[in-house]
Design a protein around this ligand. Structure first.
Ligand code: K7E
Ligand code: CA
Length: 611
């Protein structure tokens, strides 16, 4: 329901009680609305997290073209922290320190869409998060004990690194990454004839070793590879493709009435690799997965320009969203073996194609046999029953007409992209909360200028009906999120760094010169830096290494050098370093930026650049 209708209903309810808000005894003048917009409802999930209480779920949100990941407490929707990934973060010093620069390799912008956790037996093991960078074609791994990036892998031969999904069973050894844009392979002057011929552009399904963060191989296809999924048996990965036409304009990409869900057979892929059936391009093994060239891939026709593919938590079905088609396509995964063996046609794996609404994009699950699909053009979340959709399909067109699968339709505000339910990408989907990541917030928040925030809505899915409970403004631009039970993550998260994990950990303060290179090793222990004064010569190359020696958790020290554009923090027992040229002579105060002590303001030292 729209907010306007909603307020109107509430108004009528209050007006009907002759100015008395039922149950509260509060008397309101006529026409004044109660601040509480809807009663909490009996037996529904409780979204209020009182001061001092903790959330039930760690929400991990991708940050889109902000390049980061955000940690959101669910159900309070409080943003707990941001993890800088493919961006610069002035507060923490990501993109400033040598440690982060080594990972970023000169690329400070990114576009994160899909964040997923590492798995064991179909459930998160809590060890790692992975996220794609659509802009510069990278994958980052985050270690959850520190909530920090520990590896970034650049992927050659692709553009539009988009759908990313970890292997779910028996554990995450592989990640799959899709390239949404087709390009020449290789995309360089050795292949310049292909530049102007889109028929010679290809999509890639890249397989990544999640432990080593290295590329296993790439499966090359004619189609583009959009969203990704893996099954719950460790047998298959898949991608949706919306550009089987190899179009380069919108109308070309929409020419066909159907596109594909492409399924990749891992057993056959491993066999091909073992048999040496690949060519090497830019150091990567490329296996041919094109139609007619390969037995590794299977193409299931799906209408039309499909987007998301999501696997039901029972592992039985893949649900593809039609985007341009108002339907979803339900594929029974147990039939894939037969289709690969040629005993049935690929399209015979489809067991239902229910009507959902205009612009279905992504599907999530409540673990009770129901799917919930985001519908972009209608601005709705549609809850539907998978078994009923399959049953109606069996009975035929007449049975389908009344849409017996649809349970509830909720208006969201507005233009929803991804939706995700708690634990829904695991076999322990618990059907408690749903997040609708709406692209447009319009009139939902105070107007903060032409560039509007987005609106992440929290929806209670414990009952038959979907119930909207909270609007959460969010900065550009989350695409997807996962919500992991607190018990899985919390015990693994550390309060301080293991000091000697960093090879440069400082235990003794010193200044050491080798020619023009000066290394400053310094401790920080609130409210003093280990050194009170450092003298260097103009144009020295200075490396400053700082280790925080505070034993108190939460005691972060900041290190900023005035007028030198250097700013980072160290958390307890953490070491970070920066390298710069002392190109400006003078006296420069080094000060602590992160309030650490009653004498925080006195926590400073002189950096003197002599001529
Ligand atoms: Cu639909 Cu990149 Cu998953 Cu955006 S993608 S919404
Ligand atoms: Ca198409």
């Amino acid at each position: 329901m729209s907010d306007k209708k909603f307020n109107r209903r509430n108004f009528l309810k209050i007006a009907g009680a002759s100015g008395v808000v039922a149950g509260t005894g509060v008397i309101l003048p006529k026409g004044v609305l109660s601040a509480k917009t809807e009663p909490s409802g009996k037996g529904r999930a409780k979204n209020e997290v009182k001061p001092g209480e903790l959330d039930d779920y760690y929400g991990f949100w991708s940050g889109g073209h902000s390049g980061e990941i955000r940690i959101v407490g669910v159900p309070s929707m409080r943003e707990i922290k941001r993890i800088p990934v493919f961006n610069m973060d002035v507060a923490s010093g990501w993109g400033v320190t040598n440690e982060s620069k080594k990972l970023l390799k000169g690329k400070y912008f990114g576009d994160t869409h899909h964040v997923h956790g590492s798995y064991k037996d179909g459930v998160y093991d809590g060890k790692h998060l992975f996220v794609n960078d659509k802009l510069n074609n990278r994958v980052a791994r985050i270690r959850t004990d520190y909530m920090e990036v520990d590896a970034i892998l650049e992927i050659p031969n692709i553009q539009g690194a988009h759908g990313l999904f970890p292997q779910r069973y028996p554990k995450t050894e592989w990640l799959v990454l899709n390239s949404e844009f087709q390009t020449p392979v290789p995309n360089d002057t050795s292949n310049k004839k292909a530049f102007l011929n889109p028929k010679e552009y290809y999509g890639m399904h890249t397989i990544i070793d999640a432990e080593r963060m290295s590329i296993v191989c790439q499966v090359m296809v004619d189609e583009n590879c959009d969203l990704a999924a893996t099954d719950y048996k460790g047998k298959y990965s898949m991608c949706t493709s919306y550009n089987i036409e190899k179009g380069v304009t919108i109308s070309e990409m929409l020419a066909s009435d159907y596109d594909y869900l492409i399924v990749f057979n891992w057993k056959r892929l491993k066999k091909a690799l073992k048999a040496g059936k690949y060519k090497i391009v830019n150091g990567v093994k490329i296996v041919d997965g094109r139609k007619g060239h390969s037995d590794i891939t299977l193409r299931i026709p799906v209408p039309k320009n499909p987007h998301g593919v999501n696997i039901s938590p029972d592992g039985k079905y893949a649900v593809c969203c039609g985007k341009v088609s108002p339907t979803t396509t339900v594929v029974e995964l147990d039939k894939l073996d037969l289709a690969f063996e040629g005993k049935i046609k690929p399209e015979e794996c489809i067991v239902a194609q229910p009507y959902i609404g205009l612009g279905p994009l992504h599907t999530t699950f409540d673990g009770r046999g129901n799917a919930i699909t985001s519908v972009f053009i209608d601005s709705t979340n549609v809850k539907w029953n998978i078994a009923k959709a399959i049953e109606a399909e069996k009975q035929g067109e007449q049975a389908k007409k009344s849409n017996p699968h649809i349970i509830d339709i909720l208006d969201v505000h507005y233009q929803v992209g991804h939706i995700m339910a708690t634990m829904a990408e695991t076999k322990e989907a618990d059907g408690k909360w749903l997040i609708s990541l709406n692209k447009v917030s319009k009139d939902r928040f105070i107007n903060a200028g032409p560039l509007k925030c987005e609106n992440d809505q929290l929806i209670d899915i414990t009952g038959e009906k979907l119930k909207l409970v909270h609007d959460s403004p969010t900065y550009l631009e989350p695409h997807d999120c996962i919500m992991v039970r607190r018990e899985i993550i919390e015990p693994l998260v550390k309060d301080r760094y293991d000091m000697f994990e960093h090879p440069l950990a400082v235990t003794k303060n010193s200044v050491e010169r080798k020619g023009k290179n000066v290394t400053i090793r310094m401790t920080a222990n609130a409210p003093v830096f280990g050194l009170q004064e450092v003298r260097v010569k103009k144009d020295d190359k200075v490396t400053l290494i700082v280790t925080n020696h505070d034993e108190i958790s939460d005691l972060t020290n900041g290190i900023a050098i005035s007028n030198y554009d250097i700013n980072f923090v160290t958390a307890p027992f953490q070491t970070k370093s920066v390298t710069f040229t002392a190109d400006k002579p003078g006296v420069f105060w080094v000060y602590c930026t992160n309030f650490c002590h009653a004498l925080h303001l006195e926590m400073r030292m002189r950096f003197i650049v002599e001529v």
